[in-house]
Design a protein around this ligand. Structure first.
Ligand SMILES: [Fe+2]
Ligand SMILES: [Fe+2]
Length: 226
């Protein structure tokens, strides 16, 4: 169940100070995550997905408010960003079936959410372009991390249990799907978010969005029984 169309090695070369700040910020956070989690990929995914689901909702909220104030069209951005937040939350709901966060990790999640929400909100207010560039760079790192996770599964260093039911439903996977199949589609989600957010940043900077990696098919209802 590979997804050959997904462009894995995409990197937006920074142009200007705003891009450099976004890339620097991302590299600092990457270093922190690598130091904290090393190769505990399940735990890493849980903590980072609690962060990944924040920017879409912040961007949707502030874009919504700006469109109300200016009485102008959103060009579909608000739904795209809300859907991104929902998709990232489904990544979290999937990994919580795979690994259980420690008490310390739960405390880290509480603290990081306060700090990250406030910081990202203020960044988006000050410069939506930089904020979307940050998300584009975050997603570049997410694609790399999930590629490492797949390599670990393939090498037998990480377990490959059956896919959680919630993931099989959401990504429309077959009954015999495994965690590896889920990580492949999650990585494709991240590649799509990467290209969408880099595109938004480029548009806000007066440029043209680049090609967008295909989005995996998702169930319209998040739960099988809904
Ligand atoms: Fe994610
Ligand atoms: Fe993501």
């Amino acid at each position: 169940m590979s997804n050959p169309q997904v462009a894995l090695g995409v990197h937006h070369a920074p142009r200007g100070i705003s891009d450099r700040i976004a890339l620097g910020f991302t590299k600092v956070l990457r270093f922190c995550a690598d130091t904290f989690f090393a190769k505990r990929y399940g735990h890493r995914a849980i903590v980072l997905e609690t962060v990944a689901a924040v920017p879409g909702m912040v961007g949707a909220t502030l874009t919504h408010l700006r469109c109300l104030r200016r009485m102008e069209d959103d060009k579909g951005w608000i739904r795209t960003l809300m859907e991104e937040a929902e998709n990232e939350r489904m990544h979290l709901m999937t990994f919580i079936e795979v690994a259980k966060p420690t008490v310390f990790e739960r405390i880290v999640i509480l603290g990081v959410q306060w700090v990250f929400y406030v910081c990202f909100f203020l960044l988006y207010l000050a410069s939506p372009k930089t904020a979307h560039r940050v998300v584009g760079y975050f997603e570049e790192e997410a694609v790399i991390s999930y590629t490492h996770y797949l390599a670990d599964i393939d090498a037998g260093r990480s377990e490959n249990p059956p896919a959680p039911a919630i993931a099989r439903h959401y990504w429309k996977l077959p009954a015999d799907a495994t965690l590896r199949d889920v990580v492949v589609v999650i990585r494709a989600d991240e590649a799509h978010h990467r290209d969408v957010n880099h595109g938004f940043a480029s548009e806000l900077g007066g440029g043209q969005p680049g090609p967008v990696s295909p989005y995996p098919d998702h169930a319209a209802e998040l739960r099988p029984e809904a």
